[in-house]
Write a protein that binds this ligand. Sequence first.
Ligand code: DAH
Length: 340
Amino acid sequence: MNSDLQRIVFQAETEFKSAKSLPELENTKSLFLGKKGKLTIQFNNLKGLDEAHRKELGNELNLAKKTIEKTLASCRKKLVEDRIAKKLKSQAIDISLPGRGLNSGTIHPLSLSLRRIGEIFQGMGFEVAEGPEIETDWFNFTALNNPKDHPARSMQDTFYIENKDEFGQNLLLRTHTSPVQVRYAIDNEPPIRVISPGKTYRVDNDATHSPMFHQIEGLWLDETINFSNLKGVYINFLKEFFESTNLQVRFRPSYFPFTEPSAEVDMKFSNGPLKGKWLEVAGAGMVHPNVVANFGLQSKKIKGFAFGMGLERLTMLKFGINDLRLFFENDLRFLRQFQC
Ligand code: DAH
């Protein structure tokens, strides 16, 4: 390569290497390889040479051009890498910094209870199933052996929806989670062990009632299930949920159309602010033969127990909350007390 060309190559390499940014590099490139660039001019000069010289200089020029382009490519690569490294550095997160305590969220107390309830029942082999909040009259009432003239079916007690089901009956917001028993037992073969949590709706509103609230339904169906199984499972659940082994529990005779016999479950704390008071926590009983038949099963063969409990009530007892409306007001002073 002649000395002129060597100088141009050297100059180009030095300038490319000193470019601080990609645009600067591209500008520098045009000084050598652009239309009026130093190397381009040399190429243009080839025209006036005789063939032997043109060939010789042409080869040298191509070599010079290749060398310059190689340096250009490596400088470009380096600048791109530098730019990425700089960006990564400026966006780096220090994962060793502590969290911003007060601004972080907390788990809603109802969710905390629900998680715990799920864990306890799953530990006893129960599955968790959900059902629709908008129900048909058949699933919410009829299939559960609810008499036609039951007050819960009145317009004053239940939220009805204008749309009708296939039998011409108005759809409604489910008044309890019991219809999920029916849906689950129709779709699955016994033995069945399931709990179904979810939202329920009634025309009620005061310190201990809300138009929307949550229930958890339980169902265990098999050939040999009896009332003792119900007592064993439910008492075990209460002891685990309230983390107390000396909790007293009683099953008080009651009436539900879908169970026979039926009971209301009461419990008594042996210490704490509610010490000594009997508190009602659930409805329960042996699934009524008519309901077992509505599941599509033989009521002579398949027995089972069911229970239903209010999530708000259990959570109020667990955390000592005295007004149910607190759950739905989203007051951060209340919610932040439930860190987990
Ligand atoms: N569904 C009843 C209610 O909302 C609660 C209930 C009672 C559910 C007894 C049951 C049961 O499964 O066996 O008041």
